[in-house]
Design a protein around this ligand. Sequence first.
Ligand code: PLP
Length: 388
Amino acid sequence: MSTSFLNSSVQQLSKSLLWEFFDLASNIPGVISLSVGEPDFETPWHIREEGIYAIEKGRTYYTASRGLKKLRQGVCDYYGRRLNTSGYTEENCLITVGGSEAIDLSCRVTLTPGDEVIVLNPGYVAYTPAVLLAGGVPVYLHLNEEDGFKVTPAALKAVITDKTKMIILNYPNNPTGGVMTHEDYEKILPILKEHHILVIADEIYAELTYADRVCSLAEFNDIHDQLIIVNGFSKAYSMTGWRLGYALAPAEIITAMNNIHQYTIMSPSTITQFAGIEAIGTSGDRDIEKHRESFRNRRNYVTAQLNKMGLHTPMPQGAFYVFPSIASTGLSSYEFCVRLLKEQKVAVVPGNAFGEYGEGYVRISYAYSMEALKESLNRISEFVKQFD
Ligand SMILES: Cc1ncc(COP(=O)(O)O)c(C=O)c1O
């Protein structure tokens, strides 16, 4: 008889290599970390001010569980204004505790045990646990550097079975920096429609696109009935600690998500929601642009330096990560990261922390000051010299 009180779904969750690595790095003094996916800017002052003002005014009550109406409307207006979409109203929007809650709820309200879910690999670490906890079965779609880490029609067709219920897309992509353009989406949409596959599009890095323009899957009106958009305030507005995100989806799905959310969360922090209204309005647009330009400069610098030292690094088109190949060193991803940590005190993340197809790569976040980036790249260069 099992002595554990833990249920079988929870027992399937293994400790992420990412956290294991963070633990290791935190025990070594003097480490420069390029491992965390968090903008280094403070939340813009006009947004913080709205949070402070909400406290001053005593706006400290629960809100409607779906979130403040003005914020939900603000999200719909924002998607129309900046992401070329139409047709979303407040009925299609749920305000959540970060994009993280929206990912979890999306899986919980749609999956029936045994449903297969296509998950990008390498991919963001929260998707597999969300699928498993909802009883789903992850099926991995291998993202290739040769394809720009995009989902191609051939790779998609290869993983569809008669049990496929859903796919979780994430562009701009964590950890690879890959981006899907309008034309890329056009190629896979007929397949998703033909097989009636529900799509979660995690667009949390949408505003950090360095290509010609940001592309949201929601631009395509004819996919709206099988699309759940996940997004949030953490990356675009530098608001990670405020814990604010949202889902945009057909009203039936939003209502079901809210049925869980109202019992488990009640409502996201009211103070945070008032700050969110300020962020998502037009005055937040210039913050986004300022942050993006700063990240663009760092991306150009980091990519050039890594290539110069002999680590082949594709130019990322979005998010704030580079994904260099470490094949030239002959080390595994894990060995590279542990040795770099011990020998040069720089923390970067093994590519296989994002799935088996991330092996041979490491993820470096450039959401750090230029000073930290310069120093750590010098150290990485010293480290890789020994493998020449
Ligand atoms: C791809 C992706 N989705 C979702 C999240 C979660 O963000 P939030 O802070 O909104 O919960 C992250 C955070 O790193 C992420 O990288």
